[in-house]
Design a protein around this ligand. Structure first.
Ligand SMILES: [Zn+2]
Ligand SMILES: [Zn+2]
Length: 144
């Protein structure tokens, strides 16, 4: 999943209270997560790519707040507009970033769907994705 050249991306929450830039040589493609917590926090399906934590720089984090969504990870959101922005495991130097908060063009692709055994009953999975019932693909595709 490594890219040869540096990839530059930028994004923000809906109100601009959180803005960030990414300069990365390695990016994990977008994964959809259909688990209960991702659906609750995002309002539908959480779709995020991942980069090494040091590849992401906050240009503004005035309204950024973190919610410990489990004993292993926390989620970053904007306390003003409510945008779901980040997912970060406590024991891994990698941060997942919501693909929908990036400024276009992203150049990213949505490549997989995880935790599909917890998918909602009101939608169908997109065809063409590598799909797993649990979260194993996230570990498999984790950045080095
Ligand atoms: Zn905001
Ligand atoms: Zn999830």
């Amino acid at each position: 999943m490594a890219h040869a050249e540096t990839i530059d991306l930028a994004g923000s929450c809906a109100c601009g209270g959180v803005t960030f830039q990414i300069e990365a040589s390695e990016i994990r493609p977008v994964l959809e997560c259909h688990c209960h917590t991702c659906r609750k926090t995002s309002g539908h399906v959480w779709a995020a790519f991942a980069v090494h934590r040091h590849d992401l720089t906050f240009t503004c984090d005035d309204t950024l707040r973190w919610f410990d969504s489990s004993t292993i990870a926390r989620r970053g959101f904007c306390s003003n507009c409510g945008s779901s922005l980040f997912y970060e495991k406590f024991d891994h130097d990698q941060i997942s970033v919501a693909a929908g908060v990036l400024n276009a063009p992203t150049g990213l692709i949505c490549a997989g769907a995880i935790c599909t055994d917890e998918a909602g009953d009101y939608y169908a999975l997109a065809p063409g994705l590598t799909t797993v019932a649990d979260a194993t693909l996230r570990a498999e595709w984790a950045l080095a």
